[in-house]
Design a protein around this ligand. Sequence first.
Ligand SMILES: Nc1ncnc2c1ncn2[C@@H]1O[C@H](COP(=O)(O)OP(=O)(O)O)[C@@H](O)[C@H]1O
Ligand SMILES: [Mg+2]
Length: 265
Amino acid sequence: MMFSINDLKLSLPDMTQKPLFGPAPQIDILKGISFDIPKGCVLGIVGGSGSGKSTLARAMMRLLEPTSGSILFDGMDITHTSEEELRGMRQRFQMIFQDPMSSLNPRRKVGGIIAGPMRLHGMDRTKERVNEALDLVGLPQSFSQRYPHELSGGQRQRVGIARAIALRPEFILADEIVSGLDVSSQAQVLNLLAKLVKELGLTLAFISHDLSVIRRLCDRVIVLHQGLIVEEAESQILFESPQASYTKELLAAIPLPDPDQIWDA
Ligand SMILES: Nc1ncnc2c1ncn2[C@@H]1O[C@H](COP(=O)(O)OP(=O)(O)O)[C@@H](O)[C@H]1O
Ligand SMILES: [Mg+2]
């Protein structure tokens, strides 16, 4: 297994309810979550806003420490591993964030942005690897000289993907990475991810509030609601016969396809 998550719970202090004196009350954000991600799988994690998707992502990447339960990465228990011990391992699991404009340093050129984490992990041939990564995500090598604000939203998201895959990770977690894009850029980024999964043999967890993007990409889906998994199924089965009422609500919320696309089909 790439990841095994067992009865994962995570509580955080609720600063909005903090009394003037004394500690803030804890709120339970993840309430006992268990699932596996086999190697080579593309897992969709879907749920409405506030269901706990990003918190789960940050726990899996160990940017947050769980309150209880366990997280195994490739058989290793990383639930409470120290940052120092994680350092040697971090290159193997990478996260791509929702908003590329805020996750890419506006004052660095694309080449430096992609090379940054490679240098941190002591990789050599960074310039060559930057060019390889740009090739893989379908951007011209000349883009290494550009600044993030000179790129479109879809191009910026490709830079975010290039930065992650340049480290040659085994696992990538993508959190809402197409949510800010128009439909045609969304489709291009999804196709790119599907291609990279195949070509690089990646395992991918793809988080979205939008079931229609999950459908194109994912083998399996888990549905998150209020910090719990309410349904888990193979993608096709989930779309054909959803079981949980919450899944049915999410499916009903998918907008109808563009009429032009229907006529073109
Ligand atoms: N640092 C935090 N402190 C307190 N509550 C938080 C914190 N981060 C997230 N939450 C709360 O946890 C819940 C889940 O948030 P999140 O994981 O970001 O959900 P999602 O990504 O599915 O929208 C939300 O109700 C949110 O308000
Ligand atoms: Mg989120």
